[in-house]
Design a protein around this ligand. Sequence first.
Ligand SMILES: Cc1ncc(COP(=O)(O)O)c(C=O)c1O
Length: 375
Amino acid sequence: MPHAHDLPINPHLLNLPRYIRGKSIQEVRDALGVSEIIKLGSNENLFGPSPKALQALRDAAAEAHYYPGVEAHDLREQLAAHLGHDLTANNIIVGNGSADVLRAVAQTFVFDRVENIIQMPAFQMYEILTDMYGGRSVVLKQTHNYAYDLDEICAHVTPRTRLLFFNNPNNPTGLYVNHAALTGFLDRLPPHVIVVLDEAYADFAEADDFPGALEYVREGRNVIATRTFSKLYGLAGVRVGYGIARHDIIDALLRTQTAFHVGTLPLLAASAALTDHEHVQRALQVNHDGKAYLYHEFDALGLEYLPTEANFIMLVNLPFPVTRIEHAMHKHGVIIRPCDPFGLPDALRITIAPPEINQRMIRALRQVLAELEKE
Ligand SMILES: Cc1ncc(COP(=O)(O)O)c(C=O)c1O
């Protein structure tokens, strides 16, 4: 029986940090035998996908024996028109989720032991992808108030720096860097640094001074923005995301894609979702109202949280250890997300959902806190 160590495996793949994803419904059901489970641990959109996207999936399923044809190019054109800012299809790459676009970015730009800067708390894939392509992750600590420390990032830029991963609004904190601060920061970076602006949650941002990456792309900066259909558009299981950048950058990223890279079903579902403005507006309203409701309830429970521009809220300085709260919530059929994989062992992240689900979560949380108080 051959062993892994006998195989000529790319050494970069051998010691990758593990991606710790949120618990699935199946896992909690199997472990605890709880039947009715709500999942608020992975920032999915519990309002669900657009009926138009579901219809597109059904229609496309009947043609599943064909390879994709022009659909990827069509979606790139549609996205360019949707985004405005004088973008064209040549400014867009479509991938199997934005995580796949991030992979394309790492595969394109990370080689020869370059350094990528990651400031915690951060999406785990940044470090994994850096290692995967033989780069070195320069992992900086978060500031005491959970915010990005832009001076600290600038201080760590060296001639070897290649990518700088930046997530706005940030997962898991929900905090954002405003337009003036981000523009000033980009102005300070030397021209050899490429900023990966992960905007997975930017669709939910409500602050007037929230900076969209598109203006930076149009200005011709070294910025690659990544966005997704997994969050606002409720298509996390379908896997479609996209990247936005200058033509020369997109041309380079496209070289990493395999034949027929994204399937026809995801491409057509994303295309249909993009046209369903009414559904999108309702999903945004659900998030807006849910945020206000949860702030109110967390205040009533005496829990501390960070203000969010995303579809989740992070609780901090909890009165009980995070693992105990998580486990007790599982018994009540509610999955939430401990933030230790993001470098914050004392924080919990909860997805904002439609009203009845939020209410059920709050009822469970109230009970759990009372139970833990008694123990
Ligand atoms: C910050 C951030 N970036 C990227 C992703 C990847 O999303 P997807 O690959 O579904 O587009 C996620 C997923 O949760 C995320 O939280």
